[in-house]
Design a protein around this ligand. Structure first.
Ligand SMILES: [Zn+2]
Ligand SMILES: [Zn+2]
Length: 100
């Protein structure tokens, strides 16, 4: 499954939600399993102990250096996002250009 720009993805284990801001050939994984396209009727795991851990952070952008996929987290979860067998890296917000 390729990742398509503008699509919403959800992790059924930790309820992380993402929107793809850049598509790619790689896979999106969270909690060690592929993310599902967001749709009605998805069966979600009940939240457990692990929910207290911090994983993906609302409003942060994550990127895979290998395949170029970029996602924006629209709902935080405890799982770790990965792609191409590596954790996805957090994109730092771009510093504002100085005005001089
Ligand atoms: Zn990737
Ligand atoms: Zn997850």
């Amino acid at each position: 499954m390729n990742v398509q720009i503008g699509k919403r993805y959800v992790c059924t284990k930790c309820a992380t939600e993402l929107i793809a801001t850049r598509g790619g050939e790689g896979q999106l994984l969270c909690c060690g399993q592929p993310l599902e396209l967001k749709q009605a009727g998805l069966k979600m795991d009940p939240p457990g102990e692990a929910q207290r851990k911090t994983g993906s952070v609302l409003g942060k952008r994550y990127r895979c250096a290998a395949c170029g996929i970029e996602v924006l987290c629209t709902k935080a979860g405890y799982g770790e996002l990965s792609s191409c067998d590596k954790p996805m890296s957090v994109q730092d917000p771009k510093p504002l250009p100085s005005s001089d």
